[in-house]
Design a protein around this ligand. Sequence first.
Ligand code: C2E
Ligand code: MG
Length: 694
Amino acid sequence: MESEVVPQQRRASDAHLELTSEERYRLLAENSSDIVYQTNGLIIQWISPSVTQWLGWQPYELIGAPALSLLAPDQDLSWVTGNRDQLLAGHSVVQEMELIHRDGTKRWFEGRARPMMREGDAVGGFMVGLHDVHEQRLSRRALLLSEKRYRSAMQHAGVGMALINPKFEIVNVNEALCEFVGRTEDELIGGSWALVTNGDDLEVESELLDRVVHGDLDTFRRVQRFTDASGNMLYGDVTVAAARDDDGSVVLLTKQVVDITEQTTSRRRLADLAARDPLTSLSNRSTVMQAIERSLDPSHLDVGRVGVLFADLDNFKLINETLGHIAGDELLKAVADRFTTYLGRDAIVGRFGGDEFVIVAPQPADESLLTYYAHLMTQSLKDDFMIAGRRVVMTTSVGAALSRPGSTATGLLQDADVALSEAKRDGKARWRIFDLSMADAAMARLETEGALRDALDNDELTVFYQPVHQLADNSRVGFEALVRWNHPQHGLLTPGSFLAVAEESSLITVIGEKVLARVCRDIANTPNMTEHVAVNVSAIELAHAEWIDRTIGTINDSGIDPTRLIIELTETAVMSTRRDLRADLTRLRDLGIGLHVDDFGTGYSSISLLRDLPVSGVKLDQSFVSSLSEPDSPSYALAEGLASLAFAIGLIGVAEGIETPVQSAFLRGMGWTHGQGYLFGKPSELDEWISVSA
Ligand code: C2E
Ligand code: MG
């Protein structure tokens, strides 16, 4: 700028250009924050003092300088000529331009120029107002840039993206989203978001979007199910963010969709596999346990007591044994279907493995509901099953339990299991609901089991002998060995008080071995004894494949004559054993060991048993004997019939529980050859009967 420029604006102004209106204009301009200047031709003739504040120049430094010298270099100035022509033609122009500060920095202004007119003619000068637009310009540019970048990012993003408006209409989508849902941009844009949303998710989806629109939510992320153009279900991990205007109302919603269909479906498949029993598709153990735990959770609303039912199919193992495992599986599936049909609408039906099923009753449960469900379960099996082309009858025993304050899932199932054991103990095809007395009984059984273990260690078990007589002449021909427990506190205990516990805990195997070894030893050590000795064997012992070898081993080791021994098995024991016992029992028979069917008449397939197994005798159950007094009673007829049956197939017939000479006479008259009972002698130590040589 020229240094000799006169610093007085008014002095520099041309008198002939001074107009009243311009003076007024200048007065305004001097007090305005915008820069205002006036030119003569292209030379600044006057400039407002605000220029100092904006551009650092003193007005006198600029007056006389070309207006163009205010412009920052390196900008596109192609507009200059055009604008000047416009002004010369008498038109106003508006132009954005970058001005230079005295310190060399640049700043954007919007210039509004109008030609100076006198009497309708342009006089070759302009009046220019400069308004600072620097910040707007920068942010507009940034916005433009980011919009451009956003559009490009959206278009090329690997994840699906959609912009939707508050009416849930799709405003824009990218390629990835089109590809994901198998639709074109044209099909989607303008359409509703519901078009791609899976029907089952629509309600939740629109509820969430509503919440965003109403400002309750700003952003959310969820797994959403989509439907593609072919109707397939897809899974997307969706992040939603809202773009709001200044007053907070939603302008657009951005949805980012990551395709997780593959992971989700395989994960769901895996989760489903992990939650279900593969054979029956019922809930498996862990799912049922979790469901019970959830229902018991004290942090949930108190919705009443939780009820579970534990079911175990009666004699299911017989099906596996007789029809094979494939048929067994088929039956389990059929039972699962029946349970589901009868109970599955409100209850959870699960399988714990084997033939064990668990039902979680709907909450709240009470005793009458459990009774109803137990009844439904037994009812559901009422009709026969057709399995492997055979008609199969199946029943179930059920134990049920209700939660108590503080119950755990495991505890509740244990209660149901205790009730189930009670139901089985009562006879099968029954149900029982747990009560605390059962728990006491279970506890007592546990205590007995512990004490019995100690008894075995301390040799507290002993064997009593009860004589068996020939009815024709009352001569003693044998003994039955009966186990006794010499309890340190309770004295002498009969098997009734501990045998069931021994069988449940498998201690019976050890007891059986001890009794047999003791009997063999007694025979070996008592040369005066010439009678047979019968030893009882329980079903549990028979179930073990090793039983036969161990038994024969014990007998051989003792060196006794095997023909002195008789093995007593109950019909029920033989029938409930999974193994085919024929070969084992034949080995015993081949050694000359007698085989008697105990409690004869109380089991359920006496006749076929006698035909199929190498049986040498039968023992009429004492229940027949005790009710003999009525010659017209069915017991009487049965006892008589069974005697002729035994006689007809050449078996020894032993009647048990003979207490009176009258009974003895009756039985003898019917054809029973042998008898046992208090009439002939109560079970006692061997030396009560025979002098045992030292
Ligand atoms: P069981 O084999 O039917 O034995 C006969 C039971 O009837 C014995 O009961 C005997 O004491 C009882 N008894 C005998 N005569 C009479 C009578 O005239 N009147 C009455 N009311 N009862 C009579 P115990 O000794 O209590 O044995 C019960 C059951 O325990 C036996 O029934 C047998 O099944 C089982 N048992 C006994 N010892 C053994 C053993 O060593 N092993 C196995 N597995 N079971 C055994
Ligand atoms: Mg017996």
